[in-house]
Design a binder for this molecule. Sequence first.
Ligand code: PGA
Length: 256
Amino acid sequence: MKSRKPLVAGNWKMNGDVVANEHLFTTLRSALERTSTSRIDIVVCPPFPYLGQAIAWLSDTGIAVGGQNVAAADQGAFTGEVSAGMLADLGCRWAIVGHSERRTLFGETDEVVAAKTHTALAQGIGVIVCVGESLEERERGLTEAVLARQVDAFAAALAGPGRERVVVAYEPVWAIGTGRSASNDMAQQAHRFIRDRLALQDSEAAEQVRILYGGSVKPSNAIGLFSMPDIDGGLIGGASLVADDFLNICRAAAAA
Ligand code: PGA
């Protein structure tokens, strides 16, 4: 048994509607009434307009709610942005930061990811900071260089206040939404590299930080991935929209 408490987070991306969400929340609630999930942390990250709905349905279940993104600034003239303070005000406990879709489609740099991480921690929110190499970078032998650069950008957060609220997600870009997950050994190797890199900042905090694997996690591959020594749960995209799949992935994390 690992000393770190596993965490499974569902990243719904830009999916869902009021009726479909209600169905998903109802199934999650009734399943959780029958299963104890105290051995793991579960987070659900719907799109911003549905955060209130998620909190209303899940606040008494032990499932936490998070945003999929958060602003780097605290407040002000930033049309379309949502601040960490607003997320906290609503009852959200987490925000995903630096997902590869934010980095590639919306131009988020390592500096922006670091700024968002620091702002969210300062406002009392936990962060799930995403890192991961593209297929081209892996094929060119650049995986470790890319991970080192991405990790170094926010690593100072591990030495500051709120460091126990930092979670890292290793998501190889080529595995996201493709059905092709990293092998257990490949993922473990990347997770160990990330933990060792964080240890350069603070070795004690690096041993305690939870590192999630993300990229085509399914009920069938979850247990193998989550059993690896440095994999502490998962960030789940597509499978988090199917209640039974998400629940089975949560059960795998509890059993690993
Ligand atoms: P996926 O997405 O599980 O659909 O591959 C993971 C993610 O993007 O967080």
